[in-house]
Design a protein around this ligand. Sequence first.
Ligand SMILES: Nc1nc2c(c(=O)[nH]1)N[C@H]1C(S)=C(S)[C@@H](COP(=O)(O)O)O[C@H]1N2
Ligand SMILES: [Mo]
Length: 199
Amino acid sequence: MSVISRGFGGRGGASDPRVPPGQYVTHDFPVLSAGPTPYVDTDEWSLDLTDVDDSRSALSWTQLMAKPIEEFTVDLHCVTTWTKLGTTWRGVPVSAVLDDLDSEAEFALVHSYGGYTTNLPVEDLLDGKAWIVFEFEGEPLEPVHGGPARLLVPHLYLWKSAKWVNGIELRHDDEPGFWETLGYHEYGDPWLEQRYAGD
Ligand SMILES: Nc1nc2c(c(=O)[nH]1)N[C@H]1C(S)=C(S)[C@@H](COP(=O)(O)O)O[C@H]1N2
Ligand SMILES: [Mo]
């Protein structure tokens, strides 16, 4: 496929319609971590699920692998203004992970090994909008990028895509996570440039 796009340049100098305002395209895969990389073996890994009534369950790696696995290609947008186009992943849709929960929760607080958290509406995790991913470009996901498994929510800024994910806590209220507490936007839509609280 060959597309020649002249465009107007836009705020980020990008004329590609896949690039949100204020973003530039990178061909690297930068690493952005607020702390050291935790190294977690798949036989120790678990995804803890907490429902609004405080009932808990957990998914082992073997149970995750038994869920329907999808391969998909998406664009990534980081709030620090880089966009990476056409990244291919394998993972389990979050809707398949939350399947067994009978919840009317509106919000989720996602937890990671190492203590990182991020919040988002439950509906942004469902209907093919978010995955627990464990392969990037045909290879096991590297620890620096969140391996063995991370959340991937490509329609929101990448800070919502918690690396080393180990829990999804369903809630009635929208409890701010790590970056949201430090002033990042509670929702983070890259097309609306929701970078910081108040944007
Ligand atoms: N657990 C955890 N997840 C995280 C982060 C983090 O520091 N810890 N950083 C977030 C931010 S700000 C970004 S931009 C992306 C970066 O993902 P990458 O390092 O794979 O590019 O991960 C997000 N998920
Ligand atoms: Mo980020």
